[in-house]
Design a protein. Sequence first.
Lengths: 1360, 135
Amino acid sequence: MREGVTYIASLTQEEQALFTLLLLNGLRADGAGAGKVDKQALLANLPDMTEPAGVPSLIAEGRLDEIVGELVEKGYVEMEVIDGKSCYEVTDTGEQVLRENRLLITSDSESLLSRLLPEEELRRLLSILADVLTTRICIMDENGVFRIGSGGAKGLCPMSLGDTVLPACICCDLLAARRARQIGAHSYRCHMGLVECIAPFSLTGAPDRQGFVFLGRIAPRDLDVAGFVQSWRTRGIPMPSTDGLESIVENEGKSEDEIATIRRIAVVIAKLLGAFLKDLDEYSTKINTLSEVIEAGSGLLGQDETLAKIMNAAEAVFHYDGAAIWKMQDDRQLTPITWKNGVPDSVSDAGFDLDGDGFVSWIARERMPLLISDVSEHVRMGRPPKPKYRDYITGQGLGSFVGVPLIVEGILIGVFEIETRRRGQFTEFDQELLMAIARMAGVVIRNFMLLEVLTDISKEDDLAGLLNTAATELPRLLGAEYCSIFLFDHEKRRLVLRATNSRQLEGEVDSAYYDAKKGGLTWHVASLGETVVLPNAQHSPHYKGHYLEDEYGSGAEDYGFLASPLGVREGEAHGVVRFAKRQGTVFGGRDQRLAEILGTWLSLAIDRMQLAIAREHSELLLRIAEIQNRSSTIEELLTSVASEMTQTFSCRECEIWLAEKEIGEFQLKGQYGGPGAETARCRLGDGTFAAEIAQKRQIIRRPEIDDPGAEDSLRGESLGPGNQLGIPLVHAEELVGVLTLANKRDHFDGPEGQFSENDETTGRIITTQLASTICLHGRREKLSELLRVVDDLYIKNRDTQAALTHMIENVRVAIPDTWGALYRYDVSNDVFDRIAYSAEAGAPPRITNVGHVKTATDEGKPLYVSDARDCKEHKAIINSDGSPEVKAYIESIGSEYVVPLMVVDRLYGVLYVNKSEPDAFTIADKQATGDLARRASLLLESDALLKARAKLYDAAFRLQGAGQMGEVLEEVVKCIGVLGYDRVRLYLVTPDKRELRSEKQVGLNSEDNVRAFEGGEITFDMTEHPPGPSILAFKGGGPVILVREGTVAHQTIEDRDTEGMQVHPTETALYEKELEREHVEEWLDLPLIAAGNRIGKITVDNKWSKRPFSRIDCEVLGLFGQYAAQAIQNAHLTKEREGFFRDISHSLVSPLTSIRGLTVMLADGVITDPKTVSEYHEIIARETEHFSVLANQILNLSRIEAGAFDLSREEASVAQIVDEVIDLNRFALEEKRIEVVKSPKSQIDVLVIDKAAMKDALQGIVDNAIKFSGSGSRIEIVTDSDGQNVSISVIDEGMGIPTDELARIWGRHYRGELAKQDKIRGSGIGLTVTKSIVEKHGGEVQVESTLGKGSTFTIVFPRS
Amino acid sequence: MARILVVEDKAEHRRFICDALRSGNHEPVDATDGQDAIEILRQDGADIDLVTLDYSMPRMDGAEFLKQMRSDPKIKELRERSGKEPTIPVVVITVFKTAKEVGEMRILADAFLPKPLDHKDILRTVETVLRERGV
């Protein structure tokens, strides 16, 4: 609601005041709002509205808004702001722009209207009128209630100021007020809007039903409404003069004609309303009548019917005694075309002369209406013009006369007059009314006149006749002096003059032409496909000198021109009709529209005629097309065509010779009935008929052959002397061959006939098609030959450069009269580098990606520049470069075809094909260029793939060379640089498989040039649910392209089908920092999968080059990912294996050191003390035992790994096994002062197990327990049996195992993190062996552990 | 006759090395790991003529031991006060090492003896080092 207030506030102070005034008074008058608001209080607060000084003070106090706001809030008025925005918008420049001018103010006033007229009737009438007049109509009744009839305004509010009815309604069309103020002239008297006409109705009496008709918008201030209403009330029926009305007519956006019409219609409505009120039944008939007139005006009825309706309508309105419509004939005579009540035959036959002194002649001559209310008075006073006898339709009794000229679009077409015997019958209102009707009638009559002319023209049955008649008749309709008609010659691509009414040009018909080179108005119209009005040739430098002089002599500049295209289809006009007339009577907008209509009609007529001609030959053309489809060679095609031709032309022979341009000869390629040998040749100037046609390049019709005898002898039969018809086969100005026909006969075996002019026409039509077929056939062959050579060059040597060079150097072979250049796209610099070009034309070595090439590559489709001469882009290049070479090169281009070289979505380059003439590319040229471009794209893609593959192999080779993990990761990252990506981040899965942590982040310019990578390490939580796009990409099977949109990552797969993903908080946070700051829009995620395990991920992006990712990237990186994953996995295994062997060797060397050292000392006799010797023996024995345990473990492991571990069961006791194991570790236990406690919980029988293996298994656990136990701690070995299973638990007080490592302790070479930190020796194979052995016994090893407190390992296995 | 600190975590090996040294009329002092050895040297550093060192030990490994021994001011002070060379000669006795570790040991230690070995290897090397260092 506040917007409504804003709206008000945006009005001028004056407007605001008036608005409020009207609003408040409207409410008061209406009375419907009583009780809803304290009107008294409201009004008491208002300053004196009649006092001008009061208004500004109201506004100054800022209370206007409040008042209006309150009114709105209380529901008295409703301001509807359509679309919820302020009606006025303030633009950047401070200008107020009206967005929507509708403001709805409701009240109960609608009901007031029902007092005036039956709703439906009124609505019907008003809607018809409003639509026709495109205006708004308001009606005010005697109570001052206004009604918007139609036209879209909604506002409605009765208004009065005391006793004075204010003739205004709030339709609130403030747009009108604005406009009025903008144009200045009317603003001072238009505060709330505009009124186009006001007229009282009830002219025929009925004082109880009187009112005003308003057309247009709201009342002007300086209309003395009060006085007007007063006089109307006191004097009954006032008759305001039209002069008075004139001053308030608004012409906002309307022409004088339209305003006049509106004014007249208002009078009509007023009159009809009055009549209606007097007699409702009669009135409805008249409404129908009027609407029928309007309907007739829209051209729905025939001429006679329409004229009859107009006459009837006039009779109903005027009650005339006689009426007639006179039509201008030949600019001199007025003859009646319809009349009522007896125009004498003599009059209807002879008509009036324009120079006559009678009423009708006077009206026509003066182009003025004539009202003589008392004819006898007029005569008595001796005023001109004189009533002629022939004006007396009703004889001597003529009392009152009204006549108006029928003028349509400035052209006088006749006179409409009405007469009555009563004197003083007609008034100025009748004159106005008649003018209104005459206007309708005029349009109708003009339309019928047009139709008549056009029908006449259409009667012509050949094209030349049609065009000639059109050129003669059409200028009359436009009041033009000259008319020329041009048709488009598609072969030669020129507009040829085909008909004209200009004497000067008569001789040039069929030869004068315009083309792209000549340019000019006519060509311009054809290429634009739009009608152009050229008021003055002299003042239009664009067209000056463009052939106008040739057509109109030296006086061309004295003419104005109007040219309209004929039959525009797919942007190409097939002709132009051009009118010219002398300056001073220039062509207007109406002429333009008419010319367009005529142009359309003419092209339809031409179409119809050409269709008729074509239909005659369509069967033959179809047969040729069919032949073309089934013929594989040109010879086969031409032979079949020759046969068809003899049928069509009823002749005996047909020969088709094809030009062999290279040697200037013609070879007979197809014939029927002729004697020529298959290899027959002729050459220019050798005197043969074919050579003569080729020489002259025109159709030659010969009644007789030169040497009948020779023909006869060749033919071997006597047909008598034949006649010949030779037609050159020309396509796109190129002579492709000659077709000759000979020996015409009307019927088979009948008498000889002669080739006729019709045959020439038929021949021309058919051979056009044939020439184009031959030409295209030839071109297709040349194109495929060129492509074959290009392919050969590439396939044999993989030499893209050579292949493409050959293609471009020979582009002229495939596409005549062209040159070209081919560029490779350099994505890093966004430029195109020349690969190949036509040497004779040259080409810039490098092109930046702007202008045409950018348009073409951005849109991914070819761009045809039909006229490169006028091309802004090219001028810009010349201006910016300025070198003479570039200038010369660019200026040599007439038209160009720019084709982006793309495969799927990847841009590889661009192909230019140029011609020196503008608009010179035919469809075939474009197709051929497209074919070349496709091949070039594939070659460039293939080249790119080969290069990518070479890089890939290089990368893989380098990876093989790296051994250590660090080296491998370094290499992987460098390889990404080799592959041409800007930045890489390498992630590895953490050992606990919970995170994906980035190990390397490197920016790479190239292999060796490492650039800063600003982003730090990133760690993804792999367990997060739901997973973000990066984790999804990691979990996927291959490379995935991710695109950032804001902070949302979208995944694009394969063909870049985007699969939208939800914002993922974690990843968004990660990327916000990195990608947004670094302006990376797109990146590629590559999971590293080795032997089915996801071990990491590589993310690459092109931060600097901005090169988008494509399928090739996915393919190349997909393969690279496999190599990289394998290399990383290998490095990982190598590391593990090295550690394993190192630990194993350590474990083996340790007992060996004791054994060897002590043995050698004993052997050398160094130790002689018997006690020491005995101790030495004991140590040696124990170390040997230990060594064998280790050896056993290794053996066991290798057997387990080889899958060849078999149990050799024997009887054994668990207790014994435990004792033996404890004994085995005695030394280590003693050393660490570890106490071993045996806790047998139950008696265990002797079991049948692999004792040695079980010992190994227990040793693995005990060894482990000792290793991880501190000095002086305790190890408890608990043995138990529940009858089914036996269990041996080893409980230590060691450091314990972290929970996350528990699952991995069984791994082959696993050594705990704590073990590594504390440098505890171990082979890392003990537990692996234990697990395998126990499982082999059908049991399992359980482990419980508390970090820092100790672990319990339990071997559980079945008793048997 | 030299006083030699034997740093060895494995009891059997410690016993063997000590007995071997004794057979050459040297006086072994034993330590079970690097930490132990540093403590001994701080007390008795002036009287130790040579250290035999197992390179892989729990708690403090050989490399770490060497670093600490050579930078310990207490040991240095003891040595200087008694007019002995500040650095104590070191013979590393350890199992197979990677080339990298061997290189490292060659720089840090006076000699390197791979396990397994016999008493003659120990005596020969120890005596060579003592002679070279003029002890």
